[in-house]
Design a protein around this ligand. Structure first.
Ligand code: FPP
Length: 253
């Protein structure tokens, strides 16, 4: 599917043509970091960085659609983010609603399906309502899967999987002798999704911050010093170009 890219004046101006990308990562995961620092540099409150970050999410989705990426998983709110000041937490948990309010028509136009991973039930009602609305409205779209990690923490996800597995062993839905990696994957929030091929983290930090610890086992990592609100199309394209050079051996030779 070809979409109009507002940031490249013509298709030919795009830094790489769609057919030049030999290895399109099927699943890209992004740790969108640096909103606070971006705002601080401008003498603005931290939430101004998050607001700008929301608009960058929209543009990033358009690039992902353009280059035929199938899954985009974005770390929007971690289980550790509750430790932030109340006003910032409230703002961060209002952002999904703002995003949906502003951009749902664009998402629908681009055939995007919206989903989440994480502890959805513990989110505030207004966040759940808006996100559920977007999920329902886009459930039949078969283009890009835009997967928000919302109230997500990988260790909690793994703990949850262990408990569910133990329960199913107990009630004989599962047999210990058959338990393997594939079955464990089915107990994670990412059930049914391929593992990320490429992980991007912005802002110069080089850590995983409890993001997709199981799923990133063989993922290619790409880090940039650019702060998330400055994550423009050229930077995403840089990451995609770098991905072309990676030799993925999965432990083989
Ligand atoms: C990390 O930057 C970013 C977050 C905790 C929030 C990420 C959220 C967005 C980019 C907007 C999400 C949009 C939607 C649609 C849900 P930071 O605040 O830790 O930055 P800092 O490290 O510079 O302080």
């Amino acid at each position: 599917m070809s979409i109009k890219l507002p940031f490249f004046k013509s298709k030919r101006e795009a830094p790489i043509q769609v057919d030049e990308l030999k290895h399109v990562p099927e699943h890209v995961a992004i740790i969108m970091d640096g909103n606070g620092r971006w705002a601080k540099k401008r003498g603005l409150p931290r939430i101004a960085g998050h607001k700008e970050g929301m608009d960058v999410v929209k543009r990033t989705v358009e690039i992902a659609v353009h280059y035929n990426i199938k899954i985009l998983t974005l770390f929007a709110f971690s289980t550790e983010n509750w430790k932030r000041p109340k006003s910032e937490v409230e703002y961060l948990l209002k952002l999904p609603k703002d995003f949906i309010h502003t951009y749902l028509p664009d998402m629908i136009k681009n055939n995007v399906r919206i989903e989440t991973i994480g502890d959805f039930d513990s989110l505030p009602e207004h966040t759940k309502e808006a996100v559920q609305y977007a999920k329902d409205k886009t459930k039949d779209n078969d283009g890009l899967l835009l997967n928000f990690a919302l109230n997500y923490g990988s260790r909690k996800e793994i703990m949850r999987a262990i408990k569910l597995i133990m329960k199913d062993l107990d009630n004989q839905q599962l047999d210990l002798d058959n338990l393997d990696e594939e079955i464990v994957s089915k107990y994670l929030y990412t059930e049914g999704l391929s593992d990320p091929d490429l992980l991007i983290r912005t802002s110069g930090e080089r850590r995983l911050s409890n993001f997709l610890l199981w799923q990133l086992a063989y993922t290619e990592f790409w880090f940039t010093d650019v702060l998330w609100p400055d994550f423009k199309e050229e930077i995403f394209v840089e990451a995609l170009l770098d991905f072309q050079k990676r030799s993925r051996r999965y432990g083989g030779i």
